[in-house]
Structures are given as structure tokens and as C-alpha cells.
Design a protein around this ligand. Structure first.
Ligand SMILES: CC(C)(COP(=O)(O)OP(=O)(O)OC[C@H]1O[C@@H](n2cnc3c(N)ncnc32)[C@H](O)[C@@H]1OP(=O)(O)O)[C@@H](O)C(=O)NCCC(=O)NCCS
Length: 408
């Protein structure tokens, strides 16, 4: 690890266990959709989109991409950087608004594909704030001492929930995934402070109606006229909300740990609109350059936008050991969240994944695939045998019952 001071206990949490980000990875689909292409679908233009949002292009999931496959790739890269085996992961959280299923969770799929056989897994629904919420949950599990290693994935296929007739939303979003590995350490740092907030009175400003809505059979949800499984948004209201909460929540998260804004090296905001970032910079009275922005290449990838921007910031050398960095997310709910992290990841040369570790991880992925296939095959076989020899099946079940209740 880089040079850090060790301390007995954090004055805020009282815990002497810290949760550090030790691995990171991202994955985006190959297909790029430019603003010009967008203008062939809805009445818009490259000039309008760039001027109002800063977006030039976004990635769109291909036939073989899904929320889980993109998330898996990002997770594998994060495990590579952390140089740990999937079996070391004890918790998998996937932040997403575009889960593969309502259940089972995308997290369970990724846990299985990785061979993370010692992990619990669940999805987190907090829209574009989801990554910060999920990292907070993972960090708290580590700091409480209940687990040592967690994997947080944020993955989205927003293109599949876009209303491609609504130029007010479809121009904004794109697909992609990011992931981080968090690990316990006695080195002071890692996730230091989090502010999580929600204001459900704004639930109708941004959302995707699903099966729990009023009328699940109708193609249109009344009385609002929102389409099932398609995003709807009041852009102007969301813009005002986002511009207000970014500054407020960053200030609160810094106050919690007695830090000043000028001690922060980098702010990694949710990438929703370049003008929102500019307005937050003005409110905080800081240069816009302290915020990392990559919205021009990916658009808004919802929960995935912060970890994708983080990966690119690390690649550009903008994050160094002992730097204070801030994540800030906001979105549907309405929800918003800020987090202060003292960067404590191992130095680049220490991070080189050992060849042995790499091979064992690959073996784990292959084994996981075969294990799942084998279990499914066994299940089918056992059902088939029961069908062919129903009496034997009945006798077997009866015997099992007798054994269980000790009725002999
Ligand atoms: C959606 C958003 C880009 C719209 O920008 P805006 O400057 O607020 O634009 P308005 O909605 O006021 O519309 C201005 C005009 O542009 C038009 N317009 C809207 N979308 C357009 C598009 N894609 N192309 C061309 N014109 C468009 C409107 O119809 C309106 O025309 P009118 O003046 O003739 O009525 C902006 O409100 C926004 O980014 N909001 C936040 C959204 C967000 O970040 N959501 C996710 C949060 S996680």
C-alpha cells in the first residue's frame, strides 16, 4: 500500500477498520451512436444536443450485450486490478435501473458467472445515485467487520428503456458499466463520509413505470400518460433539482469529516449534463476543471457514469494515493448522494496482477460456467427420472418424509 498513517479508530464511526477501493474496471458496448444518427430518429441536431448537454455520442448495447454481460466485464477487470480471486468476494451489489429481471437479481447472475461462491448478492435501485448508495452499503459492511471484501457493479442498458419517440430523453442516455472492489484495511482512509438523501415527492419527475404500477396490462399508465417500461422525465425540473443538490451534498459530506473544498483533488459527478456540472461549479465557487467530465463520449449512463468516469480519471493519472476525491450522484426518486474517499489504492507497480492470480481467476470463470451447466443438467435429469418412474419418485419422497419426521 502507499504510505498512510495507521490510526486506532475513526472519530466519526468509531471503527478501526477502513474500506478502501482496491480495484476498478469499466466496460462499454462497441457500438457508437453519434448525434447525427440520433437526428435521423427524432427531430434534433448535433448543434442542439451539444449546446444543451455537452453530449457528442453515446454507446448502445448490441444484440449480445446485456446489463449482466457488461457488468460482468467491468467486474472481471476490477478483480484483475485488485488481484483477488472471485472466492474472496463476500458481497456483490449491482446498482442498476435496467436489471435483467425483476428477480432474480443481476447481482446473482454476475456472482454465479464469476464463481464468487462465498458471496451474497442483491441489486440496488437508487437510479443514477445507485453507485454511491451501493458503495456506501458495501463500505459499511466492511467497516462493521462483517465482511472483508465487496464488489460493487453499476451497469445499465438505458437504450432498452428509452422512448425513442421522445427527443427530450432519448438524446441523453447511453449504455455501459463500471465496477469497484472494496477491501478492509487498518490503513486510515478509503470511504470516509457519505451523505444519502431522498425526496420521494419528486417521484413523478423522472421514472420508468414497471409491473407494480397502477395498471400492469395497459400499454399506457394512466392518468399521467407514461409508457410502461419506458423512461419519462421533466427535464427542466430535474435540471434545477440537480444543480441545487450537488453543491449542498458535497459541502455536507466534506463538513462531516472536517475537510475544505480546496483540499479535494477531484470531484467525480454523475454525468447527466455538462451544464449541470458548470452550474454546480459556479455554486461551489470552484473551477470546472476539478470535476471530471466524459459526458461527450458516453452521454448519461445512469448508475454506471461515476465508476466509468473514475476509471478514466485513474487512467489519466488524475487520482494519486492520499488524494481526497468526491463522488456525487443524483437522479430518480428523487435521490442524491455524496461521498468523500481518501484514495489509498496500491501503487501502480504493486498492482500488476500476478500471472498465477490471473490464471486462477480465468479458471474460476470457466469452472463457474460449467458448474452452473452441470447443476441445471442434474436438475433436469432428476426431474426426467421422476417423470419416467413416477412410482419410484413417490416412494423416494415418502421415504424422505418418513426419515424427516422419524415416523417409523
Ligand atoms: C432535457 C434538457 C437537455 C432540455 O434542455 P432545455 O434547455 O431545458 O430545453 P427545454 O426543455 O426548455 O426545451 C427548449 C426547446 O428545445 C426543444 N427541444 C427539446 N428537446 C430537443 C431536442 N432533443 N432537440 C431539439 N430541440 C429540442 C423543446 O421542444 C423546446 O422547444 P420550444 O422552445 O419550441 O418549446 C435539460 O432540461 C436537461 O438536461 N435536464 C436534466 C435532465 C437530466 O439530467 N436527467 C437525468 C438526471 S439523472
Amino acid at each position: 500500500m502507499a504510505t498512510h498513517k495507521r490510526s486506532a479508530a475513526d472519530p466519526i464511526s468509531g471503527s478501526s477498520i477502513y474500506a478502501h477501493i482496491v480495484g476498478w474496471g469499466m466496460a462499454v458496448p462497441d457500438r457508437i451512436m453519434t448525434n447525427e444518427e440520433m437526428s435521423a430518429i427524432v427531430e434534433t441536431s448535433d448543434e442542439w444536443i451539444q449546446a444543451r448537454t455537452g453530449i457528442k455520442e453515446r454507446r448502445i448495447a448490441g444484440e449480445r450485450d446485456s446489463t449482466a454481460t457488461l457488468g460482468l466485464k467491468a467486474a472481471q477487470r476490477a478483480l484483475e486490478v485488485a488481484d483477488i480471486l472471485p472466492t474472496e468476494v463476500e458481497l456483490v451489489i449491482v446498482a442498476t435501473s435496467t436489471s435483467e429481471n425483476i428477480f432474480p437479481s443481476t447481482a446473482s447472475l454476475i456472482q454465479d458467472w464469476l464463481g464468487a461462491s462465498n458471496a451474497g448478492a442483491f441489486d440496488m435501485s437508487a437510479a443514477c445515485s445507485g453507485f454511491v448508495y451501493a458503495v456506501h452499503m458495501a463500505a459499511q459492511s466492511i467497516r462493521s467487520g462483517s465482511i472483508k471484501t465487496a464488489l460493487v457493479v453499476a451497469s445499465e442498458t438505458m437504450s432498452r428503456v428509452m422512448d425513442w419517440q421522445d427527443r427530450g430523453t432519448c438524446i441523453l442516455f447511453g449504455d455501459g458499466a463500471g465496477a469497484v472492489v472494496l477491501q478492509a484495511s487498518d490503513v486510515e482512509g478509503g470511504v470516509l463520509s457519505t451523505v444519502l438523501r431522498s425526496d420521494g415527492s419528486g417521484y413523478d419527475l423522472l421514472g420508468i413505470p414497471s409491473v407494480g404500477s397502477l395498471d400492469t396490462c395497459a400499454p399506457i399508465v394512466n392518468p399521467n400518460g407514461h409508457k410502461m417500461y419506458k423512461m419519462h422525465m421533466n427535464g427542466g425540473e430535474v435540471f434545477k433539482f440537480a444543480s441545487r443538490v450537488i453543491g449542498e451534498s458535497i459541502t455536507q459530506a466534506l463538513d462531516n469529516v472536517g475537510l475544505r473544498l480546496d483540499e479535494v483533488k477531484l470531484i467525480v459527478p454523475h454525468q447527466a449534463n455538462d451544464r449541470i456540472i458548470q452550474s454546480a461549479a459556479r455554486a461551489l465557487k470552484v473551477e470546472k476543471e476539478i470535476f471530471i467530465s466524459n459526458i461527450e463520449r458516453y452521454g448519461n449512463t445512469s448508475a454506471a457514469s461515476i465508476p466509468i468516469a473514475l476509471c478514466e480519471a485513474i487512467e489519466q493519472g488524475r487520482v494519486q494515493p492520499n488524494d481526497y476525491i468526491v463522488f456525487v450522484g443524483f437522479g430518480g426518486g428523487l435521490t442524491w448522494a455524496s461521498m468523500v474517499v481518501k484514495w489509498g489504492a496500491p501503487e501502480a507497480e504493486e498492482r500488476q496482477a500476478a500471472v498465477l492470480g490471473k490464471q486462477r481467476r480465468q479458471a474460476s470463470y470457466t469452472l463457474a460456467r460449467w458448474r452452473a451447466r452441470l447443476i441445471r443438467f442434474q436438475r433436469r435429469l432428476s426431474n426426467a427420472v421422476t417423470r419416467i418412474r413416477p412410482n419410484e419418485g413417490r416412494v423416494h419422497r415418502l421415504r424422505h418424509k418418513i426419515d424427516q419426521h422419524d415416523l417409523r
